[in-house]
Ligand binder design. Structure first.
Ligand code: PNS
Length: 184
């Protein structure tokens, strides 16, 4: 049978049934802290893939505002009842973690053209490290195209309003973190 498939819904269905596979994706990042842009992307990924593992990098080079444990708690409290999403921490190479958890896809968000160059470099390097893992770029809602964890921290530190940029639990914790930093 020819594998060429012109417009023919029956053919498309047949091909899909030949591939009864579960696709597990890893959405990696620092999440210091998780923003509403990250949550938007997690929700979109959860609708697209069978399982999504949100993977927090235990970064040794950057000094984070929140510990890995705090970041895990914030992500878990923000994800709500998405039952095909879980949160884990990882260290070492991302592609090693992806394979260890049986995933085949890395999800990365692209907010603007300026993100693309860095993301392309990472995706191609990850492909060189492991050809079996594909990177999928996803777009967050336009409303979050200017949002980053770095800006959230900067605004909060300077006493600005971060309401609507991060989940409520995260907003409370970010404020508390800067209050405690001021008082120490
Ligand atoms: O939220 P971030 O800081 O943009 O996420 C960057 C992250 C965690 C995806 C990246 O730093 C990473 O994958 N680090 C793990 C180490 C690794 O695999 N490095 C080679 C990547 S090409």
């Amino acid at each position: 049978m020819s594998s060429a498939c012109t417009y023919n819904p029956g053919c498309v269905l047949q091909k899909a049934s030949e591939l009864p596979m579960i696709i597990r994706a890893v959405y990696p990042g620092s999440f210091d802290p998780v923003t509403n842009g990250h949550i938007d992307l997690i929700q979109r990924s959860a609708a697209l893939f069978d399982h999504v593992i949100v993977a927090i990098l235990k970064n040794t080079s950057k000094i984070p505002l929140f510990s890995v444990e705090e970041r895990i708690e914030m992500l878990r409290s923000s994800i709500g009842n998405l039952d095909n999403v879980c949160v884990e921490a990882f260290e070492g190479l991302l592609v090693d973690f992806v394979q260890k958890v049986g995933a085949s896809v890395i999800v990365r968000g692209i907010r603007a053209v300026s993100d693309y160059e860095y993301e392309l470099q990472m995706a191609l390097m990850n492909r060189r490290l492991c050809n079996k893992v594909e990177t999928v770029f996803m777009l967050p809602a336009e409303a979050y195209s200017f949002l980053s964890s770095k800006l959230v921290k900067e605004i909060a530190e300077l006493g600005g309003d971060i309401n609507g940029l991060v989940p409520p639990d995260v907003e409370r914790r970010v404020r508390a973190k800067f209050r405690s930093q001021i008082s120490t």
